[in-house]
Design a protein around this ligand. Structure first.
Ligand code: FES
Ligand SMILES: [Fe+2]
Length: 381
């Protein structure tokens, strides 16, 4: 789990003027809209007694804590302490972390970190989204695994013949052609042409493989910190699966997906399309749950890689680079050292932007992984 990235936290259609609690990166957030419909993300931890703002309500632009009624502006500053008698000022320290928030690709994204605006990594470029020739559906899948195991699984070509024998793979022709990894600033991708499955496809997609069996051109890639792209050129048309792997904590992930297709664009085919996505996840599920260690090793030598794993290696190297920069949230230490007695939060930009407050934050920052090569005992995420 990395700070200083834009993290997708919820679908836009899930967020209303009623505050909603979202747990992600082992943190609690409150997401809501102000009357101007803008989405906002605050730490869901009232600075007074740790009440959950998400159980509160809105008063104009302010979110009201349900415990003692403190009111917080969208920038996280408390503007009202109802128990104070008239003319007693609101303490300067009465402030929660507020995270820069944008909406794109039907997601609410929060910048979880304290970098100034000019230094923030960008949101991923997802050009399939919004294409008029593609039908999009939205769904989610929960699994009891670390998000990085799910993420790597999503762009793993070599497992398809073994885990998804029916729809995507052909166990008699499992070779993955050598491929180049193309890097972008905050991600990478590869393209391979895979052998088509045998003619055992059922249902409305069966027509695809009736006659000749062309190769299936497949593109897979990732965008930091948690998005994967899978583009499959089926005989019927293009199918794209964008997965947003959102860590709840070290062992729970919700993968929200956008599935796009250029064929069967009527609503009648949506249910079938969802079923196909969920079937794939269900086939992956026992395999990914059984992987050990549960967490993705920091040490590249801790698992054995072959040529076809190049895209996952690209991910691990990039992830390690950000851990080495001190951006890796040490959720193991959050659990071990802080969990019950001290709430810790991902620092928001205001911690750097408002120098007179620099030392005044009541909630302390999350701990980070030590940069550099970690000892085995430290290499937890
Ligand atoms: S805990 Fe939020 S106002 Fe007291
Ligand atoms: Fe899979």
């Amino acid at each position: 789990m990395l700070k200083n990235f834009w993290w997708p936290l919820a679908f836009s259609h899930e967020i209303t003027e009623k505050p909603k609690r979202i747990t992600a990166l082992k943190q609690e957030f409150v997401l809501y809209r102000t009357p101007d419909k803008m989405a906002h993300v605050l730490s869901d931890l009232c600075v007074h007694r740790g009440g959950a703002l998400s159980d509160g309500w809105m008063n104009g632009n302010c979110i009201v804590c349900p415990y003692h009624g403190w009111e917080f502006e969208t920038d996280g500053a408390c503007v009202k302490v109802p128990a104070n008698v008239k003319n007693v000022p609101v303490p300067k320290k009465a402030r929660v972390d507020s995270y820069p928030t944008v909406e794109k690709y039907n997601f609410v994204w929060a910048f979880l970190g304290d970098l100034p605006e000019a230094e923030r990594p960008p949101l991923p470029e997802l050009p399939h989204y919004g294409r008029p020739d593609m039908k999009a559906i939205y769904g989610e899948y929960h699994w009891p695994v670390l998000y990085e195991r799910a993420l790597e699984n999503s762009m793993d070509a070599a497992h398809a013949p073994f885990v998804h024998g029916g729809a995507f793979g052909n166990r008699e022709e499992p070779e993955i052609p050598l491929y180049e990894v193309n890097y972008y600033d905050f991600g990478a991708e590869m393209t391979v042409t895979l052998k088509p499955p045998k003619k055992n496809i059922k249902g409305s997609w069966s027509k695809m493989y009736d006659e000749e069996r062309p190769g299936v051109k497949t593109r897979a890639g990732f965008f930091m910190p948690c998005v994967t792209l899978l583009e499959v050129n089926l005989p019927l048309g293009l199918m794209v699966l964008l997965n947003f792997h959102i860590p709840i904590d070290d062992t729970k992930t919700v993968t929200k997906y956008i599935n796009l297709r250029t064929f069967f664009k009527g609503n009648w085919a949506d249910r079938d399309a969802h079923k196909r996505v969920v079937k794939i996840f269900n086939e992956d599920r026992p395999i990914v749950i059984a992987q050990r260690p549960e967490l993705l090793p920091y040490d590249l030598g801790a698992e054995l890689h072959v040529k076809s794993d190049a895209i996952q290696i690209a991910y691990r190297q990039m992830r390690n680079k950000y851990i080495d920069m001190g951006w890796g949230i040490d959720s193991h230490r959050i659990e071990a050292e802080f969990a019950r007695e001290q709430a810790v939060v991902i620092p928001s930009p205001a911690r750097r932007e408002v120098p007179e407050l620099a030392k005044a934050w009541v909630m302390k920052e999350v701990p980070y992984k030590k940069p550099g090569k970690l000892k085995d005992t430290d290499s937890h995420e």
